[in-house]
Design a protein around this ligand. Structure first.
Ligand SMILES: CC(C)CC(=O)SCCNC(=O)CCNC(=O)[C@H](O)C(C)(C)COP(=O)(O)OP(=O)(O)OC[C@H]1O[C@@H](n2cnc3c(N)ncnc32)[C@H](O)[C@@H]1OP(=O)(O)O
Ligand SMILES: Nc1ncnc2c1ncn2[C@@H]1O[C@H](COP(=O)(O)OP(=O)(O)OP(=O)(O)O)[C@@H](O)[C@H]1O
Ligand SMILES: O=C(O)CCC(=O)C(=O)O
Ligand SMILES: [Fe+2]
Ligand SMILES: [Mg+2]
Length: 315
């Protein structure tokens, strides 16, 4: 494929055509050779102590204000754990599993504009950067039904834009995370594969809405539990298979994240693909919040996407 304007291959196209050399990272002076190699091979990279305690305190405070209903950012969605979704508790931080789409909340959206985050994001997306999807996850103590788990999945399943190599997730631990409180679990190297079929896992005691998982994956494949400290940030590829285990502590395990993409990425039509079902489900959920008649995934995504650096191009 060639660039429309020059007939030359774009940088991404050139990288993607390569049979050897880096495909998943860009040439700049931010990553060391060793870091680049690690991401190329594994599909993720942890940068320790990247976000300051002061910033994390600000994100935590704003999250608590949202949970107390003191602020109601436009477009923000609050999700409860499925085991308590039908109970009558009034909103407070102990009933919230995650908030999504905080792009209209200035205080939380600061996370997506932090220069220390964008500096690394640029190694994967290039200089024109869109913040596509934001979350603050507040994994609750498991009620015994194992619903606090997030099944193994690829984030690309939710995304109607490509190419995948120009998308990256930044996920920052807001406190120490390990297997006890349900840290991230990754299957290293799986970013080199393709998008797999996803559906709801057959869990006896319930699954959270939209928590699709990969049905067939190699039970014997290597799994790495990402033990991280407050402020540590993992950057990972949207095809990397990952999930998180149950939280066996009494605390609410917090993390803040954003998916970024190169503004040159383009939307795809998911009709007839494995993503068709998730499109329908997402649009049905969005209907609760706004008029979505005739909308496709593209409209949903254009609505939440925000430019954070450079120029807004396709997305
Ligand atoms: C890469 C990335 C995208 C990967 C992911 O993040 S995958 C997971 C993404 N998850 C989501 O996007 C979930 C989004 N959730 C939401 O927007 C909300 O939680 C809603 C589903 C809209 C519900 O919110 P809200 O309307 O405030 O809640 P209501 O109490 O009125 O409940 C409405 C009906 O939904 C049910 N519900 C609420 N939360 C959950 C849940 N966690 N799991 C399963 N069902 C749930 C609730 O029981 C109720 O059902 P009915 O009484 O209508 O039958
Ligand atoms: N056998 C399995 N089949 C499918 N998914 C699994 C399986 N085992 C674990 N997972 C998924 O892998 C992720 C992490 O699993 P992990 O084993 O760390 O957590 P856990 O089973 O909740 O806790 P623990 O094993 O520490 O008691 C979760 O997304 C979980 O849903
Ligand atoms: O448990 C987490 O923090 C990660 C959840 C996740 O992978 C997701 O929402 O896409
Ligand atoms: Fe994910
Ligand atoms: Mg387990």
């Amino acid at each position: 494929m060639q660039s429309r304007f020059t007939g030359e291959k774009t940088e991404t196209e050139a990288r993607n055509d390569q049979t050897s050399g880096p495909r998943y990272t860009r040439d700049n002076n931010v990553l060391s050779l060793e870091q680049r190699k690690f991401y190329e091979e594994n599909g993720f990279l942890i940068i320790k102590n990247l976000v300051s305690d002061a910033d994390i305190t600000r994100f935590r405070n704003e999250f608590e204000r949202i949970c107390r209903n003191e602020v109601k950012p436009t477009g923000l969605r609050i999700m409860r754990d499925v085991t308590i979704a039908k109970s009558e508790y009034t909103l407070n931080e102990k009933v919230v599993t995650k908030i999504q789409d905080f792009q209209e909340d200035e205080e939380l959206f600061r996370y997506c504009t932090l220069p220390e985050i964008l500096k690394y994001v640029e190694c994967f997306t290039g200089p024109n950067i869109m913040a596509m999807h934001t979350m603050l996850i507040n994994k609750p103590p498991d009620t015994g039904k194992k619903t606090s788990r997030h099944p193994l999945h690829q984030d690309l399943h939710y995304f109607p834009f490509r190419p995948s190599n120009d998308i990256v997730c930044a996920w920052t631990a807001m406190e120490h995370v390990d297997r006890n409180n349900g840290c991230l679990v990754v299957l290293p190297g799986t970013h080199k594969g393709t998008l797999k079929l996803h559906d709801y896992p057959q869990w006896e005691k319930g699954v959270n809405m939209l928590y699709h998982g990969i049905q067939d994956y190699d039970e014997n494949s290597e799994r790495i539990h990402l033990v991280m400290e407050k402020g540590d940030t993992v950057f990972f590829h949207p095809l990397l298979i990952h999930g998180s285990g149950r939280n066996q502590t009494q605390g609410f395990r917090k993390a803040i994240s954003c998916h970024f993409a190169d503004a040159n990425c383009h939307y795809i039509d998911v009709k007839g693909t494995s993503q068709e079902k998730i499109e329908k489900e997402v649009i049905t959920i969005m209907k609760k919040f706004q008029e979505t008649k005739g909308w496709t995934m593209k409209d949903v995504w254009r609505f939440r996407a925000r430019l954070v650096k450079g120029e807004r191009i396709n997305l």
